[in-house]
Design a protein around this ligand. Structure first.
Ligand SMILES: [Zn+2]
Ligand SMILES: [Zn+2]
Length: 289
């Protein structure tokens, strides 16, 4: 499950982890966006150039995937832009052959979308899918700043229960290699009042069962919660339950690539992790950090 496979990137050719300019070993940044999602700036070639300057040997693009219905919301690429997205990532691969650039998607998980997600999976030779829950109902994307007022009418404990039940379903579906930003409901600073250990444990058991990783997403440090997704509590439970991890900046601009990776690596190591997941054509590989 964690065997290091063969790949063209220098990490494995040298047997040593990638290092940034300060000598810190760098796991791949597997979460970055493109302007096709309508709320990010910079072309993939610019993200890749910045990643190289930071010392990364591997990154992955995981822009917001289209929904089956283009009018579902306004913060993702349209269905007819999927091929254009792949071409943009391919252009970065061509321009920077010394950098392993993975082709991926951040796919919204909503119950009932499984067939659509399978259709997406068949469209291109993806390296991995990040399964993310943004919607706790069909109309409330809890991280959308335009819908912040909705939180006034909601009990955070109920949101946490609904959110982690959807996240558990996403993990149990086996449709994803990675589950994105596991405790996203904390984004604006809302917190549950009750102990959620049982919720987290159930979700992580589904991850373990399907061999799905969770990501350490540094974007939380740039939001009101000022904390990496997920919390240290969740990460400790994940380590205890044998759930693998990946790292992602959730970059929506080239200069956000790799942002706060030092903190994320420090947190992962403090909890006990020494290895993160890598993916090639949806096969599971490992990187040491
Ligand atoms: Zn986004
Ligand atoms: Zn997301």
């Amino acid at each position: 499950m964690t065997a290091i496979g063969r790949s063209a990137d220098s990490t494995l050719e040298t047997g040593l982890p990638a290092r940034d300019t300060s000598g810190m070993s760098l796991p791949p940044d597997y979460h970055m966006h493109t302007p096709l999602c309508r709320h990010a700036v910079g072309e993939p070639v610019e993200y890749a150039r910045h990643a190289l300057s930071l010392g990364f040997t591997e990154i992955g693009f995981s822009d917001h995937s289209p929904m089956a219905r283009d009018d579902f919301d306004d913060w993702r690429m349209r269905r007819d832009q999927l091929d254009e997205y792949v071409l943009k990532v391919r252009a970065a691969q061509t321009e920077f052959p010394q950098l392993a650039i993975k082709l991926a998607l951040e796919v919204d998980y909503l119950p009932g979308q499984e067939d659509w997600i399978c259709q997406l999976a068949a469209r291109h030779p993806w390296d991995y899918f990040i399964g993310s829950v943004h919607y706790v109902t069909d109309s409330w994307d809890i991280d959308n700043p335009n819908k912040l007022s909705q939180w006034k009418h909601r009990d955070p404990d109920e949101v946490w229960v609904a959110y982690f039940e959807r996240l558990r379903q996403a993990a149990a579906s086996g449709l994803f290699e990675i589950i994105g930003h596991a405790d996203l409901p904390k984004k604006f600073g809302h917190r549950p009042t009750q102990d959620c250990k049982a919720l987290y444990t159930r979700f992580l058991a589904a991850c373990k069962q399907t061999d799905t990783a969770i990501e350490l997403n540094t974007a939380g440090l740039r939001k009101d919660c000022k904390e990496i997704y997920p919390s240290r509590q969740i990460l400790e439970l994940a380590f205890a339950q044998g759930v693998p991890i990946t790292f992602g900046s959730d970059a929506h601009a080239p200069d956000e690539v790799g942002l706060n990776f030092a903190e994320a690596i420090q947190l992962a190591r403090a909890v006990g992790y020494r290895e993160s997941r890598r993916f090639q054509a949806r096969k599971r590989l490992a990187a040491i950090f």
